[in-house]
Write a protein that binds this ligand. Sequence first.
Ligand code: LLP
Length: 443
Amino acid sequence: MTNSTNQYIKPITTKINASGNIEIGGCDLVDLVEKFSTPLYVIDEATLCGICNDYKKAFEKYPKVRMMYASKALCTSAVAKLLSDEGFGFDTVSGGEIYTVYKAGVDMSKVLFNGNNKSFDELSLAVELGVGRFSTDNFFELALLNEIAQSKGKVVDILLRITPGIECHTHEYIQTGHLDSKFGFDLTQIDEAVELILGEYKNLKLYGLHAHIGSQIFETSIYADEIEILVKEIVRLNEKYSLNLDEINIGGGLGVKYVDSDVPPSTFEIGDIIINKLNEVIEKYNIEPPTVFLEPGRSIISTAGVTLYTVGSSKQVPHGRKYVAVDGGMADNPRPAMYQAEYLAEVVNKKESEKTEKVTIAGRFCESGDILIKEIELPELDEGDILCVYNTGAYNYSMASNYNRVQKPAMVMVNNSSADLIVERETLDDLISHDIIPDRLRL
Ligand code: LLP
């Protein structure tokens, strides 16, 4: 079976050019650094479009699949515009993400609003902007959303998010489908929720069920287990309450390859598993094919992104490790500190160098845990060298902070030898732009 883009560590356009430097999207990374400085996030448009096509191809045999992008992985205006042009809808989890996709010109009927504690303001904004589906998470939200919709004279279209009781083998912090989870209705609470929607909550219209099992998943069979549970439940609810529920949202979660030992399945494998299971349950329950929403985040954007850093100081611990520090770290990529995540890096300007040494890549932030890569074999590094860390498109910029009062990096999108700035580097004035010194302190 052919590979899909999430099975590569590096963007598909990565190569060594005539100057011996790494290039991506036809852009020499040394030139990018000269122009845009470091740390710098780089997104390769060809890789991003490549994975979109992989997903579309993987599901073309089941026309009732709706592809959505989980924008929590990376939500910027340009990325939203590009994915919307690719025909994707958006899974959003905050007013900020909803506003970003709205301003990028996304068709709001293809947007879903998810989350376990959506605020009054966020729900109100989502109702006003015409968000297409609300994945309602709990009883509190049902009441609040109904009240907001009623006050605006609207009926809003919802799914119920459930915890299907499926555990996947990933980092405990990114598991979500197991029973003891903060997300969604327990299976035993579904009927009560449905009865409220059919009775009291006249401004909510139920279309189906939603579940999400976890993230960075390498197992394929759990998607089949999830479909079995979701379809069984909608069939049961349709019979019990004479409904026509015909939508299931199976979440995201497909993994990517950060390092050689990661072996994620391809979109095509996942597609076959999902479609075969759908055909099986359609026959078993004798139902019309349900509409199936998929909302991957990481597998769409991760491989397309790299981060460029400049090497600064280094320290050889006597009889111990050699630390080489770069000009970024846990504020632009908190994943190693949070999840012990591993990454591959290469030196942009010394790709062909023979001499190597084992080093630890340290960040520049004031915390011992700020280590980007624990041990990696690289050409001997000198101050000023450029390091490229691969597979940083997902959950890097979206989880970035201003820890140590450091400006967030810029982001460029590369394609066909040109590079467009899509997020400006923060300035020192940006950092203090929301600060206020009360008058009484000025006296
Ligand atoms: N749908 C729902 C309801 C989700 O909660 C998530 C991710 C997704 C879709 C997208 O999952 P993906 O395809 O990206 O795996 N910060 C963590 C990942 C947290 C994922 C949270 N939910 C990390 O850096 O690994």
